[in-house]
Every structure is written in C-alpha cells, then in structure tokens.
Design a protein around this ligand. Structure first.
Ligand code: CTP
Length: 410
C-alpha cells in the first residue's frame, strides 16, 4: 500500500500506532484501516471500546494487527496499560470516533482504556468521526471538536453517503485514504511548531582513548539529548543527532555515531552551516590523553604517566561559526551556584540559551530518566522546570527555542 500511495505514506514505516475503535457501525471499516497501516509498515496496537466489540470481533483485529487487542484498563498484569500505550505510541488514531468518545476526550474523562490512553499520550492524535448527520451537526459535537482542534488534534471530516438504518447524509467515516493521509501528515510533523526547521543535536558522553581498550569517559547516558532529538522530530523538524550512545531514536532522526570530542567536533561543524537550531546536550570531555598507546598498556610496565591536553570547546566554536539567524543552545552541568555559573557560560560562549542542571541533586542529570533544569536566555530570562521526565524537559527547551525565534523574527 505504501508504494500505491507513493512517498506520502513512507513516513508510516516502523511507527507505533494505537488504533482506537469505538462503537459505531463503521467499526467494521477500522479492520481495513488496520490492515492498511500494517501493510504500510506500522506497528499497530488496537484498543477497542466495549461498545466496539459489539460491532466487530476482537479476533479479527488480533489476527491483522501487530499486537493483540486491548479492551480494558484491568485485563492484564500491567497495572497502567494506558500510560504505557500512551507513552510509547507515535500516534493515536481513533476511527471511527463516536460523539461519546469525542465528548469524553474533550472533557478529560478517562473512564476506559482508550480515553485514558488519549489523556496519557503526548503523541499526535487523529480522530475520524462517524455518526448520524443530526449528531454530527449538533453544536455539542462541533464545540467539542473545536476544543480538540485547538489542542492540536487532527480531525478527518466524515463524508456524505449511506448511514446506518438506510439514512443518507454527512457522518460516514472518511475514506481510508483520507484517514491514512491525515496520519502520515501528523507523523511528518506538518503543522508542528518546528516544521521545516533543521535541528542539530549532540548527545552522550565522549570517550577519549588511553589505549585500544581503555578510555576516559563520563556518566552521561545520552537520554536528554536523544529526547531532544525525538521531540524536535515529533514537532516537525528535520533532525540530525550526533551521539556517542546507541539508544533507539524516532524513525526520521538521522543518527551520526561518534566517540571522541574531536570526532564530535568534526561531525557538528560539518553540519552546523545547514542547521537553524543547534543543541549541544553532549557531555564533552575537557581533557584527553596527549598520546594514545598503540597497544594495550600492561600492568607489568608499571603505572602509566597519563599526560592530558585540553579538547576544543565545541559549543564556543559552533557559536563563533553560527550562520545568521541560527539559535545555539548549550547545557551546563553544575554542582554549585548553578544559575550564576550557567549564565557566565552562556555569555562566555556567546550562545542564545543555556539549560542548567544541578547534577548533584537527587534524580537530576546523568544516568537518570528525570531532570530538573533552569533555562536561561541571553536576554536574561529564566524558566525553571521542576523534576520531571527528560521528554518534558526536552519540550520545555524546544518551547524556549521556538519562543526565542518567534521574538527575533518580529
Ligand atoms: N562543551 C563543549 N565542548 C567542550 C566542553 C563542553 O561543547 N569541550 C559544551 C557542553 O556540551 C555544554 C556546554 O559546553 O553544552 C557546557 O559544558 P560544561 O561541561 O557544563 O562546561 P564547560 O564549558 O566544560 O566548563 P566547566 O567544565 O569548567 O564547568
């Protein structure tokens, strides 16, 4: 199917899609959508409302989808299936979406697995409503949809045609092609606030070799840099990630693997002239062994005299070579006087924003899944982000980037 529709559906490959199906006669058409998504290379997890199971059998979806059907918040050993589904999805598609589901979602009711998943996700959401014309045209339904559109939810308008019970009118589930096109558009970030921007991110700790088996490294896990790359991609940017770590990234993020500070410097400077935004989240070694032994140092040769030399300050070099209009963001890992030291680094390196974290605080910085930061702007602005997951921190940093670029273009 991906070939059939040309390149526009290529973006679907390897995406995790939660396919929500609610209880309307059009539920049977979701079977075809499920098959088309799987054919396009998606990993599809069907979530059926209780009413949907009255219209179409769970077995049908389980046979076609990438995972078995989920129907309940309580069915398996996982006590929080909605958060897991919501957090790992690249997109949640609800087709058909009934007036009831739309109302519950708009008003934040999370009383079944699908509605809870919708509230627990930060992924894009596409709704394909299907209902009788009178219901579709009712101001309650239209107001609810308007509220959801304002929050960034995409709505694939229903078509005109035969409805259940022999009626004819607006309310028929949109064609599968239109639904898939909306899913592809949402996944490619069209409409995202970073759409069209080229973003270069660095991540991980550099490793400076001592001999063929040993190196000087640091505790950076790369999680924050990878979250930044993923979130920028989700918001529509074209992202290149220069990283020392092998963590998975969203499809669409270009990955350049490096090891040392020198490799990282070359990789970043080669690409920075193309970038609109550069985010230096990597923990770069400040010193490296002056000479690297060709063969493994042996204990029998005694304790080696390691002579170190400074590495280049990559961030300062990036700022010096920045192209007009480029936004340069740095990080500052501190253990004392966090904001003051970070503000000094921002000024010394000549960058736009610095993300300061107190790496000695519990749950913050290296190796953790959480972080707490202060985002300081060259204009003196300070925005504190309390302890939260690195995805949230990434979005706060990207919000600051978007806001700064918007102010500068005014
Ligand atoms: N950085 C860099 N090149 C280096 C060292 C650091 O590009 N050789 C970048 C980091 O990626 C980060 C910022 O500079 O974005 C600040 O890093 P940090 O380690 O906090 O500060 P340093 O500049 O190394 O200063 P110090 O170690 O004295 O705190």
């Amino acid at each position: 199917m991906a070939e059939e529709a040309g390149d526009s559906f290529a973006v679907l490959a390897r995406r995790r899609i939660v396919l929500g199906v609610t209880g309307g006669i059009a539920a049977y058409k979701a079977v075809e959508l499920c098959r088309r998504l799987v054919d396009a290379g998606c990993h599809v997890i069907p979530v059926l409302s209780e009413d949907a199971t009255r219209f179409v059998g769970e077995v049908t979806f389980s046979a076609l989808a990438s995972e078995r059907v989920r129907t309940s918040l309580w069915e398996d050993s996982d006590p929080i299936p909605h958060t897991r589904l919501g957090q790992t999805a690249d997109l949640v598609l609800v087709a058909p979406a009934t007036a009831r589901l739309i109302a519950r979602y708009a008003h934040g009711l999370a009383d079944d697995l699908l509605s809870a998943t919708l509230l627990a996700t930060r992924a894009g959401v596409v709704l394909a409503p299907a209902m009788h014309t009178e219901m579709w045209e009712h101001p309650a339904v239209q107001d609810n949809l308007e509220m959801l559109r304002r929050r960034g939810v995409r709505v694939v308008e229903p078509g005109v045609g035969h409805l259940a019970g022999g009626d004819v009118g607006t309310g028929r589930l949109a064609d599968p092609d239109a639904v898939l096109a909306a899913v592809a558009e949402a996944l490619s970030g069209v409409g995202g606030d970073m759409h069209g921007l080229r973003v270069l991110v660095s991540a991980g700790g550099t490793r400076e070799p001592i001999d063929p088996v040993r190196y000087i490294g640091n505790r950076s896990s790369g999680k924050q840099g990878h979250a930044l790359a993923d979130e920028a991609e989700r918001r529509g940017a074209r992202v290149t990630l220069v990283t020392t770590t092998e963590r998975p990234v969203r499809p669409g993020v270009e990955v350049v693997a490096v090891e040392t500070a020198a490799d990282m410097e070359t990789a970043l400077l080669e690409r920075s002239s193309e970038a609109d935004v550069v985010v230096m989240a990597a923990a770069v070694a400040d010193f490296r062994p002056k000479s690297v032994a060709d063969t493994k140092l042996s204990k029998s040769d005694g304790v080696p005299d390691l002579v170190l030399e400074p590495t280049a300050d990559i961030l300062a070099a990036l700022a010096r070579h920045r192209r007009p209009g480029q936004t340069v963001v740095g990080f500052a890992a501190e253990t004392r006087d966090v904001a003051a030291r970070a503000a000094r680094k921002l000024a010394d390196k000549g960058i736009d924003l610095i993300v300061a974290n107190d790496v000695s605080a519990p749950g913050v910085g290296f190796e953790h899944d959480t972080n707490a930061v202060v985002i300081i702007g060259a204009d003196g602005s300070e925005h504190e982000v309390g302890l939260t997951d690195k995805q949230m921190v990434a979005n706060a940093v990207l919000d600051a980037v978007v806001a700064r670029r918007a102010r500068r273009s005014q």
